[in-house]
Design a protein around this ligand. Structure first.
Ligand code: AGP
Length: 689
């Protein structure tokens, strides 16, 4: 749930100020992943009084004398709070140290981190980079969790290490120093390479992680490795054919070439796209070493003494810089809500052909899916809600029982999953720890595992047998909006593809395919409710609580609408199945509690009309969402507030209906003065259990 970033310039002069800004900007792009503290490490000047960390009155002593002749302890800056507070503190510290920001480096390796606290409160000492000790001989930024850190910590303490933080991460640089010192004491100087140190450290670590190492013993080098968490290498060549647009570019070419270049590591593509489109999604157990402008990759294998060298191809990123910028919008959430006509078009592009659906990532597995005993949707939060919205249509078209599992609950119960099951994992980020653990569990039980994700190269995309990318574009607001609607559309297309062998439903399928083609236009129409939803938000600004009732296709809309309001507007809000109203929730109804009832036209409409009547009879404060033209039939006496939305095919209606709820949550948040894109206590991807 953190963001890691690194920048290495090779054979191209970059001033210290430029390097700092690249690192800060990388962190700004990753801030949505975690934003309670952050830090960076850059090089000091060659060994001189300023190079020894005088900020803490520490001259490095014996430790410093162990550093190579031309090396100086790197400078580490860490700060609590958002990235901008780190930026301010770095510039003021640099000023106090009299560090020359115009100093130019022809090669330099800097690392950076933005944190969402798991082990230890947000504070400078718990922020990353974490250090091996006084002279910052080894520095590490980490995304993920080290599960055996307590055992490692005890061992390192027995060997004389002292710990300063409460993090699980601190064991990593200390372990690196332990491995390095041991090798050097046994075999003398220059015997152990940086990658040997890191592979030995990896051998000791348990858990899920992406790591970047910087070391004073290996100046101008960086090493990145991962197990579980996503990690990307970006390559920007600065010679004539820069970003040549070649489709594939072999990493091999980077193993012996002294051309000027800039190299980046990042937890995701958002921080890379403004620099280069050439990237490599690093795979589990790979150790990527940058040295003398060359990139070498080793594949770590527990069984083997020595890791093997591997060759990988660079991919070309299909993402535009605009995607990671707010443009004319005030917030990413607002931009992403309004982007939905476009994101849905991208989701469907090339997939609807001649009254049929073509999903390349699924076509070889359709037969197996059709023969499954059961389809299980598994996800968390919004992704779970999207699957819930798609469930009735998949049941209808496939005739296969479809069950729902919240990933954490499935794991808690160790619920039964069989070889005859198809398990569909839904995750925008493709990184959510609970979903990935549930995926490992389902793989272990022999189920066919299908992924639905927005993140190419994510762990979910790589670990599932097959799947579909939702292609919604980069989603930066912590509150998922456009990914939700694209997920529903992808799962509707999956249902159409799975059910494509049935003559009996052909007419229904064709109607839905037509409806899909029309959907972006209808979404653009419903977005015109923006002003109306702002007015509604004004009327709700001081309320304590909000209920949302839905059923059928729109039970998911009720859950997702309520989730949006609670996560960003920080207002208590509950989505409820309208069919359950009389079994408890009715007791809450009075003249003050606002209740939104979703009553658009579908098979459940008359039941929702009766819900409205019952709530009305108890003087409920009602807001009804209905199809255009239905206002008088849902609210005969004009006694409730009505939101009229365009009508589309029943199974696609959740895509339309969620949009006023997203707008309401957005405006409520702005009006209540809360942070829209980075809500309290949350981060975009939840990479710990
Ligand atoms: C969405 O608004 C939430 N931030 C959250 O519920 C999210 O959907 C959930 O954490 C799952 O994330 P994923 O889709 O990346 O797996």
């Amino acid at each position: 749930m953190c963001g890691i970033f690194a920048f290495l310039n090779y054979n191209v002069a970059r001033e210290r100020r430029y390097i700092l800004e690249v690192l800060f900007n990388g962190l700004r792009r990753l801030e949505y992943r975690g934003y309670d503290s952050s830090g960076i490490a850059i090089d000091a000047d060659l060994r001189s009084p300023v190079a020894i960390d005088k900020r803490e009155g520490n001259d490095g002593g014996e430790e410093a004398s162990r550093l190579p002749y031309n090396s100086a302890p790197p400078l580490v800056f860490r700060q609590e709070g958002k990235i901008e507070s780190l930026v301010r503190s770095v510039y003021s510290e640099v000023d106090a140290m009299d560090l020359n920001l115009e100093k130019s480096f022809s090669v330099h390796a800097g690392i950076a981190h933005t944190r969402w606290a798991t082990h230890g409160v947000p504070s400078p000492r718990n922020s990353h980079p974490q250090s091996s000790g006084a002279c910052n001989e080894f520095l590490v930024v980490h995304n993920g969790i080290i599960t055996n850190y307590e055992v490692l910590k005890e061992t390192l303490i027995r060997h004389g290490f002292t710990f300063e933080s409460e993090t699980d991460t601190e064991v990593i640089p200390k372990l690196a120093k332990f491995v390095f010192d041991k090798a050097r004491d046994e075999e003398g100087e220059q015997t152990v390479t940086f990658s040997q140190v890191v592979t030995e450290v990896m051998r000791q670590l348990e858990g899920a992680y992406a790591l970047i190492f910087k070391s004073a013993h290996y100046p101008n080098e960086l090493i990145a490795c991962k197990r579980g968490s996503t990690l990307i290498l970006g390559v920007k060549e600065l010679s004539d054919d820069k970003n040549s647009g070649k489709l594939f570019h072999d990493v091999k070419a980077l193993t012996k070439d002294e051309k000027p270049k800039e190299l980046f590591f990042s937890s995701d593509l958002c921080a890379i796209v403004e620099h280069t489109k050439n990237y490599l999604a690093i795979e589990d157990n790979e150790v990527v070493h940058i040295k003398d402008g060359c990139v070498s990759i080793l594949k770590f294998d527990y069984g083997r003494e020595k890791p093997a060298s591997v060759q990988r191809a660079l991919s070309v990123l299909e993402m535009e810089v605009e995607q990671i910028k707010k443009g004319n919008y005030d917030h990413f959430m607002q931009k992403e809500i309004h982007e939905q006509p476009h994101s849905l078009t991208t989701t469907m592009r090339g997939r609807l052909k001649d009254n049929s659906v073509v999903l390349g990532g699924l076509k070889d597995h359709l037969k197996t899916i059709r023969h499954s005993r059961r389809i299980i949707f598994i996800g968390c939060g919004t992704s779970y809600n999207a699957a819930l919205a798609a469930r009735p249509f998949l049941e209808e078209l496939s005739g296969i029982p479809v069950t729902m599992e919240l990933a954490s609950d499935l794991l808690d119960r160790q619920g039964p999953i069989y070889r005859e099951d198809t398990a569909v994992f839904v995750s925008q980020s493709g990184e959510t720890a609970d979903t990935l653990l549930a995926l490992e569990y389902a793989l272990g039980n022999g189920a066919l595992c299908v992924g639905v994700t927005n993140t190419v190269g994510s762990t979910l995309a790589r670990r599932t047998h097959c799947g579909v990318h939702i292609n919604a574009g980069c989603e930066i607001g912590v509150a998922s909006t456009k990914a939700y609607t694209s997920q529903i559309v992808v799962m509707a297309m999956m249902a159409l593809a799975i059910g494509a062998d049935k003559i009996s439903t052909q007419a229904r399928r064709e109607a839905i395919i037509n409806g899909l083609s029309d959907l972006p236009k209808k979404v653009a129409e419903v977005l015109k409710l923006d002003g109306e939803m702002r007015d509604l938000a004004k009327s709700l600004i001081d309320t304590q609580s909000l209920l949302v009732f839905g059923r059928g296709y729109n039970y998911a809309t009720a859950l997702e609408g309520a989730l949006k309001v609670k996560e960003v507007a920080l207002m208590h809000s509950e989505g409820m199945l309208a069919g359950e109203m009389k079994h408890g929730p009715l007791a809450l109804v009075d003249e003050t509690l606002p209740i939104i009832v979703i009553a658009t036209h579908d098979a459940c409409f008359s039941k929702q009309q009766s819900v409205i009547q019952q709530l009305h009879a108890r003087k409920g404060r009602l807001i009804v969402m209905c199809s255009e033209g239905d206002a008088t039939s849902v609210c005969p006496m004009g006694s409730c507030r009505v939101i009229e939305v365009p009508q589309v095919a029943d199974c696609l209606q959740p895509v339309i209906n969620i949009i006023p709820m997203q707008l309401l949550a957005y405006h409520l948040t702005v009006l209540r003065g809360y942070d829209v894109d980075q809500p309290r206590n949350l981060a975009k991807s939840v990479t710990t259990e």
